[in-house]
Design a protein. Sequence first.
Length: 284
Amino acid sequence: MTVGIIANTQKEGARIALDRLMGVLSVRRIASLLEREAASLCGVPGGMEGPDLAAASDVIAVLGGDGTMLNAVAKLGPTDKPVAGINIGTLGFLTSCTDDEVEVFADALLSEKYTTSRRTLLTATVRSVDGTVKEFRALNEVVLARGQTGRLVSLSAYVDGDLLNSYRADGLIVATPTGSTAYSLSAGGPLISPAAAVFVITPICPHTLSQRSLIIGDHVTVELAPENADEAPMLCTVDGRDCVNIQHGDRIEVRKAEHALNLLRLPGHSFYEALRQKLNWRGG
């Protein structure tokens, strides 16, 4: 078995966690491959680009947190390989275990006692009025929001070409079930099980309180567009990472990506456990 490793090199404790993971894998005769930045952190020459790492690995381990996982999705590109998040610190929504549990992780790989949770990805296509087309991939959400103005902006959402609504708000979020625990939740959106085949459209601080989140099937295409030229440029962000200025006349098409993320889950760790822990749920 070969494990490809991506690490957040800026996170405190990353080098210690990386050395420990590689040591645990080596003892069990599991080969390790390092992504370029992880190799640099270890002082190892070379290192692989994300797509090459995914192709050469049986499992990919992502050392960091939920944000590192979002970046890893972009680095790896389309892949069916199981991806395990190993959080440096407390357990996250997207991580399989913490850096204190790497021995459990390695043993689960050898015994094949793990499952995968298939997570929907989004493809965001930005079509500019000048004819330029840019495409991005997201695990959590695509957002169209006001730019440098401090005022509310006017924007529209369409579902399969039909107008859903014209909003006066700080922005709009189109999120996957995975992304329902992120920005959409902070904006008042609902929690959604990762297995649900849906998107959620959530307005950010809408002027009219009756404008609420809407859950729709993930077989549709959602289109977002600014309405007023004097409010441009707006800002499109993809998983809080890729940012594009959006001018009046530009369009953002959001649809379900052809590939999904196979998130590795260890026994005893589930989405519902993460909800209880992260949201501090308690019984009566």
